[in-house]
Write a protein that binds this ligand. Sequence first.
Ligand code: GLN
Length: 475
Amino acid sequence: MDLTLKAYIQGVSDGTLDPQKVADFYVNKAKQENSKYNAFVRFHDEYVQKNIQTFKDRPLKWAPIGLKDLILTQDYISSCGSKMLENYVSPYSATCFQNLEKSWWLMIGKCNMDEFAMGSSNETSYFGPVINPYGTGRVSGGSSGGSAAAVAADCCIAALWTDTSGSVRQPASLCGIVGMKPTYWMVSRYGVQSMCSSLDQVGVLTKTVEDAELLLRAIAGFDPRDSQSDPSADEFIESVEGRLQSAECKKFKIAMPKEILWKWLDPRIKELFLKRVEELRAQWYDIHEISLPVLSYAIPLYYSLMPAELSTNLARFDGIKFGLQDESLDHDDIASYYQKIRSEWFGDEAKRRILLGAFVLSSANYEWYYLRAQKIRDQLIQDVDKIFEKYDLIIGPTTPSVAWKMGERSADPIQMYMEDFYTAPANICWCPAMTVPMGTIHEQGDDLPAGMHFMAQRWNEDKLFAFGKVVEGLF
Ligand code: GLN
């Protein structure tokens, strides 16, 4: 069926599409294909049936979407890809999900993800790895690999997910679709499991840039229940539609930091990216090489800050406040109870990062790691702000590599961490960013997608939408 949101809405409005048939098609397809991709961890037939009745007379009824397994949905399980929350039924729904329901999108299931959103390959999920629809035995990217694979394989029309340093954009790039992370204060995180609260944001994953705009407008908005939510988000929804046309992108000044062509970048992606840059220049897009030296600190900075915040956020999962309880354990000895619960129910990557976070925040190391990381963050923000005084966008590839074979990097977490090199700066600086497919690279019989990444100043999503349509139209 391969419907976009735009085509679905159009088809339902002019009567050429029957929403019931579309919903049945996607629910059945998602279930059938799940043995191939493992993109969904749960299907919500009961929710679908109940809401098909409720949504019956609404104009935009039942656009079938997937939801990352860390977005809370009242009365349904949200397990964050973890054994720790395997049976956790949430008493309330996330604001972004409530906003979706108001717009009459239909959640058909919860998508697989790396445990507590930690990973770049979707191999750390308690529910098993997700397989990339573009390559046999290849990873989908992470942490939102399930949502990316589901959209890429046309098992749903679009998906909602979160992005702390690239979890929307990196799997979107590896699966050949559009991924977008908005400005930090744009979408409420209320009811979304926190990973690293100063970086987390809800993002959208779609087949086209136009759909990304539609979906973002459905979920964005001020929410007093998220202390970081900003009333400007309401203004954005009112004013963004049609604010910038793609034709105006020829007036943009686009910056390309020379540091992006760094040693971990796959030479084939480098070649493809530079070719695309030349093609854009040939069409009179104004792309300048600049220097942003602090970029090379983005990964060490992220992997110092993130575990600190993450270990604090995951402290609540102790088998008493949250998380699976084990009644057979001796409750008088609270320390050994916590130890047993947390070592058994968390996976290896979660434990590695909790330990790293405790280390970074310890009194002996706090100044050397955590405070220095905060200072470098300030520096990166200042330097990026300076670039945005002169330029409209900063571009680069989205990922240093194309989808690799499963298991290939499991023994080398550092190589896995390098995947966030191009995407993490947008989270660190609270800026919006987007990836759009720029072509494929042939490897061992597979045509593997690669994305072009661009980032704009805070609250400048309209520039991403406009330029995204240009890139989408050219390549
Ligand atoms: N690759 C990132 C990590 O492992 C993904 C984090 C995210 O955006 N949720 O931390």
